[in-house]
Ligand binder design. Sequence first.
Ligand code: TA6
Length: 296
Amino acid sequence: MNKILTEKYSIDKHLQFEEGPAGFSRAILTHDSGARCEIYLYGAHCISWKTPDGRELLFLSRKAAVTDGAPIRGGIPIIFPQFGSGPLIKHGFARINFWDVAETGISERGEIFLKLRLRTTNAIYDIWQHHFILEYTIILSESLTTSLRVLNNGDSLFSFASAFHTYFNAGDVRDSSIEGLIGCEYIDLIRESRRDNEKENQLFISGTIDRIYLNTPRDLILHNRRMKHRITIKKVGFKDVVVWNPWEEGSKKIKDLEDMDYLSMLCIEAAHCQPQCTLAPGEFWLGVQVLQYIRE
Ligand code: TA6
């Protein structure tokens, strides 16, 4: 598998394929600045994004399993076509399917890109009777851009939810805050889905949080005081933002997290989940997230 991928898609010094646990292939992207990221074809799952000075900006659980049928705990899981629980497997099937490489390259500005594709298979059609093509493009420069294009290539309408369920390396989550959500209405999933409005300019996390913020602004900032940096999060197409941290009790209940992992992670998820997005035949939706690291 890696031999074929290497022959067809590798780029000298910039994009290589490796075999991870269970023989799963992953792509390693390296930008001229020294920035680096790693993506499994399984789930189109980015598990690592490193700055030119070698700082890891994503959280990946040491207990993360990379095995067929299970999602990888950490990095950037892709949620599609269902957010949370429902008729399908939790958070949908995109994160537990093998994606194909569609294209790789270097732009005129020296950005390295990898495009992955997932389309309806017989096994997927058995559980979700729609025809779609997903294209996930990851672009590495000094920043990390990810985009998801959802095309309805069938002959009937379908609705879906989607998210980049990004696990940021929080350093210590108690010293992190999210800026940009003030005034936004949210659904509080740990309080019987009660609705409220965000009152904090800097949202600090000091306990379990699981909220869907609705119709959020394009720009957010994650301040990471412990690691002395901030990450700007720009998103287009994803109108919602999910903020999740299971805190200590929650971490203990999640088998692929260590008990204290809640301190090291913070999920800020560019999402389109409330309401779902509907596509007529031939229509597509595009969601983009741009993450930029700024050292302080
Ligand atoms: O996005 C937040 C959330 O839906 C939480 O409710 C929590 O369950 C989390 O995702 C993780 O879900 P997972 O299926 O990956 O364990």
